[in-house]
Design a protein around this ligand. Structure first.
Ligand code: ZN
Length: 640
């Protein structure tokens, strides 16, 4: 048998195996979603309401479960959804707070987060661990069947622990591979929803340098209008040319509550053909960060609104897209008309439809009428550098690239402003000049995604891992800036999302900078600061940043404040607060022995808990609180 045939057989064999595995996986996932298998974990059998559903768009992630309202109070019994055993116990002042995981006989895991407290058996397991390891925070995988649980057994009481914005129960269902499944597909009669999603806006984005939307190279939005038959429309026609992508602002409602939720599924049809399908019914935690390319991140940063893309952005590897044609993008030529139909579904199959028409028009280089206001300056959008400035019609701009110059004609004109477009793949320009407008761009390098790249620029060294970037990054770096007596460095704009971390090494320009208690802080637009961290290595501070933008080196010498709040026979309560870098750690001792302090960062409260419940506290209690800049405050209380 010729080699290539054998080779092909092997290939076909592998393909069949792969398809078989895929079929088994899909079958098993489908089989696992059995309606009625789980009981509702809170107020079972009664009407319940959600404050959030699965897949909702959150900062850097999709919401992984449902948030069940608990009537603004804590302390409601939380029931095990099915027989099983406690497989993981987590306690933290942040994130999920007090959380229990139950593994069930079918391999699925249910998760109950933000609990106020655990039932006595689980509590005693947690207390033992905390005292043995002298830690408040814990995240422990519990051996199988050590703590067996019956369906309907109370595992704890609902609360508001962790980074919870109000009392509720966060409930998740995961498969054995840690993919989250939509709890609402398990058919809980406690939640009713026969209301269709609300389509609020449609937006269209040009996706190449010669694309235009309403004659501009800019994202344009339209408010959706609801017609009497319940469908949505965009009055008039949308004018565009070239490669474009459609984006959507959409939300969902449920019966008898005013809360707004995320939608489950979005489909896009162009002239009757489906080109995009997204369904957030199941996803893995590893891919949750792709939300930053699923949504229009630049629009989120500029307007605080989340538009969901109905096309697949570069570097987006979410597994929730199907039936994708041309990555959901459409190309429109002058004279062409495209009938757009968008269907949006919630988890209960309630559907809303939006229809609109996109008309292909010739790009107009002359003065265009637009209500948009442009400010002078540049933005980087995909591979395109867009520069706008006040100038005479037809006035040309000069780009300077490494000693060469390039003359650019205006791409179009709005009111008194000319807009110039330049494809950054042709080389990174140093600066631009046009009439009174001058700008230096501070481009340093072009960083491709999927590679390990280190860039040194003056006092800053940046290392990109192969997992750092979604897409090509046109790296702009600004150093040597002093603001409010702090050294600042700037890396691109916060409007560009990154998937992974960038390792930063910064050497302060001011060699007199004492490294002690100096760390990296991120700087917001309104020049507020947030502690990031860092580690000094001689003259350099090292830190992994998770987003782009402005950073400052700041010193914090102010120690935390501690106040004694309550002295009760079995419980001592403090408040602890740090104004600059925030609280890093705390430690209490009672007569020289470690004492558990519970911590809630939202209320700044710390309270003691003895190993034996109800044990009296007597003697000398010292509490030491350390902030992230390593300033320490210690208080001592004597309890008679
Ligand atoms: Zn939640």
């Amino acid at each position: 048998m010729p080699y290539f045939i054998r080779h092909n057989y092997r290939f076909i064999g592998r393909l069949i195996l792969l398809l078989l595995l895929l079929a088994i996986y899909q079958f098993s996932t489908a089989q696992q979603v059995v309606k009625g298998y789980f009981m509702f974990p809170i107020n079972p059998g009664q009407k319940n309401f959600l404050s959030a559903n699965m897949g909702e768009l959150r900062p850097n992630h999709f919401h992984a479960g449902i948030d069940v309202k608990t009537g603004f109070s804590t302390g409601l019994p939380v029931y095990a959804a099915q027989d099983g055993y406690i497989s993981r116990v987590r306690i933290s002042s942040y994130g999920y707070g007090n959380t229990l995981y139950i593994t069930h006989p079918n391999g699925l895991v249910t998760v109950y987060a933000h609990l106020d407290h655990f039932n006595p058996v689980i509590k005693s397991y947690a207390l033992n661990f905390q005292y043995q390891n002298q830690t408040f925070e814990m995240d422990e995988y519990v051996p199988a069947n050590l703590i067996k649980i019956k369906k309907g057994e109370i595992i704890g009481k609902s609360g508001n622990s962790g980074s919870s914005g109000g009392p509720h129960l966060h409930f998740e269902i995961r498969d054995s591979l840690e993919n989250v499944l939509n709890p609402l597909s398990f058919g809980f009669s406690e939640i009713r929803d026969n209301l269709a999603p609300i389509i609020q806006k449609i937006a269209v984005r040009p996706l190449s340098i010669d694309s235009r939307v309403q004659q501009e190279y800019a994202l344009k939005e339209w408010i959706a209008q609801k017609k009497s038959d319940g469908t949505y429309q965009i009055p008039g026609v949308i004018e565009a040319s070239g490669s474009i992508g459609i984006e959507l602002k959409v939300t969902d409602r449920m019966n008898e509550t005013s809360n707004l939720y995320g939608v489950n599924c979005i489909e896009l049809f162009v002239n009757g053909e489906e080109i995009f399908y997204h369904n957030i019914e199941s996803f893995s935690f590893d891919e949750s960060k792709y939300i930053n390319v699923h949504i229009d991140y630049a629009h989120l940063v500029s307007s605080r609104q989340r538009l969901e893309r109905c096309y697949v952005a570069d570097g987006n590897r979410l597994s929730t897209y199907k039936k994708i044609k041309n990555r959901g993008r459409l190309t429109i030529s002058p004279g062409e008309t495209k009938q757009i139909e968008i269907r949006v579904y919630d988890a209960y199959g309630n559907k809303s439809i939006l229809k609109c028409i996109i008309k292909g028009v010739e790009a107009n280089k002359d003065h265009i009428y637009s209500s948009s206001t442009l400010s002078s300056g540049s933005t980087v959008d995909e591979n395109v550098l867009r520069m706008a400035c006040k100038a005479e019609p037809d006035e040309k701009a000069t780009l300077y690239l490494k000693g060469k110059s390039l003359v650019l004609a205006p791409a179009y004109r709005i009111q008194l402003m000319n807009v110039y477009l330049y494809d950054l793949r042709k080389g990174l320009p140093d600066s631009v000049q046009c009439f009174n407008y001058k700008e230096a761009f501070n481009f340093v390098a072009t960083i491709p995604p999927g590679r390990n790249v280190t860039v040194e620029h003056k006092t800053l060294t940046l290392s990109f891992a192969d997992t750092t970037l979604f897409d090509t990054l046109y790296l702009q770096v600004k150093t040597d800036v002093i603001a409010q007596n702090h050294e600042i460095f700037e890396i691109c704009s916060p409007a560009t999302p990154v998937f992974g971390k960038i390792s930063v090494r910064y050497c302060p320009q001011d060699k007199a900078t004492e490294t002690e208690k100096c760390y990296i802080y991120s700087v917001n637009d309104n020049s507020s600061h947030k502690f990031e961290g860092g580690e000094w290595n001689e003259d350099n501070i090292l830190y992994d940043i998770k987003y782009l933008g402005k950073f400052a080196i700041r010193r914090d010498t102010i120690p935390p404040q501690i106040k004694t709040k309550k002295i009760l026979p079995t419980r001592i309560e403090f408040s602890a607060f740090d104004s600059q870098s925030g609280i890093k750690s705390f430690r209490a001792e009672l007569n020289g022995k470690w004492l558990l302090m519970n911590y809630d960062h939202k209320t700044a409260r710390l309270w003691s808990e003895t190993k034996i419940p109800g044990e009296k506290i007597q003697g000398t209690l010292t509490l030491e609180v350390i902030d992230k800049s390593l300033n320490t405050t210690t208080v001592t209380v004597t309890i008679p």
